[in-house]
Ligand binder design. Structure first.
Ligand code: ZN
Length: 233
């Protein structure tokens, strides 16, 4: 049955506008409610994210943050720990083959059930790119000093889609940025993989570069449109 009535017809323009806004808010609240995930879906989503996407997701809202907290499901961190291939390395250490490296890195005996803490400790000992343990660090410029194994350092000159570090040239090409956009960003320096006598590579975190590009161009879609526009020239 329609809600139409004489009173509705008699509404002044401002009153009608106010009611329309109010209706929109109610509809919006209803829409938000519809988007609330069932409790068992959220952990399933979080399990399939990359390291960077996971930590971005955990900052999204209180509910998502709680899913990654110490009180959240331990299976989340256990699954990500295995996805990084760290369980194999942990077993090697306990088999004796990794004792030397464990002594060098000062790794402590971990509680077997504390998967979140275990993940945090292993991440702090891992190569930023491939997540394998390494003692090699980049040269810091400013505050950015990362663990980066030799293989990943060489590969940084030609970054692939899944790489977390970008060279200066790749940052400018794929994210349509200028040097002045990159200058404020934290960066590290690695020897030039073609010839160490050449100028060293400056490497930036993809997360930082992407954020700056979105700020500069207004949206991720606009960054992509600009990239393709330049490619067609
Ligand atoms: Zn690596």
């Amino acid at each position: 049955m329609s809600n139409f009535s004489v009173n509705n017809c008699m509404e002044t323009k401002p009153a009608a506008k106010h009611r329309a806004r109010s209706d929109a808010r109610v509809a919006s609240a209803g829409a938000e409610k519809d988007f609330t995930l069932p409790a068992d879906v959220l952990p399933a989503v979080l399990r399939h994210l990359s390291h960077d996407a996971l930590f971005c997701a955990l900052q999204l809202c209180k509910m998502w943050h709680a899913a990654g907290s110490a009180a959240g499901p331990a299976a989340l961190w256990e699954e990500h720990y295995h996805q990084r291939g760290w369980q194999q390395h942990h077993q090697q250490q306990h088999d004796g083959s990794g004792q030397l490296e464990a002594a060098h890195t000062g790794q402590q005996q971990l509680q077997p059930t504390d998967w979140r803490e275990r993940y945090r400790q292993q991440y702090s000992l891992a190569c930023y790119q491939c997540f394998q343990p390494t003692q090699r660090h980049t040269l810091a410029v400013g505050s950015l000093r990362l663990r980066l194994c030799r293989d990943c350092s060489s590969a940084a000159a030609s970054p692939q889609d899944h790489h977390r570090l970008l060279s200066e040239a790749a940052s400018k090409t794929f994210y349509c940025l200028k040097q002045t956009d990159l200058d404020p960003l934290p960066r590290c320096v690695e020897p030039n993989p073609i010839d160490p006598a050449f100028s060293p590579m400056r490497l930036y975190r993809r997360l930082d570069v992407r954020r700056v590009a979105i700020t500069r161009w207004g949206s991720w879609e606009a960054v992509q449109a600009e990239y393709w526009r330049r490619r067609k020239r």
